[in-house]
Write a protein that binds this ligand. Structure first.
Ligand code: 5GP
Length: 113
């Protein structure tokens, strides 16, 4: 199976700087930021989308949210930020390797587009 775009970035096969890494996940800055802070938190394990996740992946999914919080703190987002996971093309997903968008540094509207 071909590595996802994000796995290729992680492996240094295409350009991109890994700004955080632990045993289970890594993070990169989004190439097309939608806020002053726009970080993608990505599991090392390739799961295409949340709706494909299994029971065994519950800890991994929780880990991604927890690390998002840690990165929000490191970026001094003052407890005001948005976490987004797009699931499926019609919901806006364009890279089919689960990732949490951490967006912060500006105000956000609701509902999202
Ligand atoms: P999605 O649309 O799947 O929820 O989010 C994918 C995100 O990946 C988009 O926000 C897009 O800007 C970002 N992205 C796409 N290609 C690259 C890339 O080559 N490098 C980085 N850092 N981000 C990318």
């Amino acid at each position: 199976m071909t590595d996802s775009l994000f796995s290729q970035i992680y492996k240094g096969q295409i350009p991109g700087k890994v700004i955080y890494e632990d045993e289970h996940c890594f993070a990169i800055n989004d190439i097309n930021p939608q806020a002053p802070v726009h970080i993608l938190i990505i599991p090392k394990k390739e799961v295409a989308k949340v709706s494909d996740a299994s029971f065994e992946e519950i800890p991994l999914l929780g880990h991604l949210i927890y690390i998002s919080k840690k990165l929000a703190d490191l970026n001094k987002l003052s407890n005001n930020y948005r976490l987004v996971i797009n699931n499926g093309a019609e919901a806006g997903q364009s890279v089919f390797h689960i990732h949490v968008h951490l967006l912060g540094g500006r105000s956000f509207n609701w509902p999202p587009g």
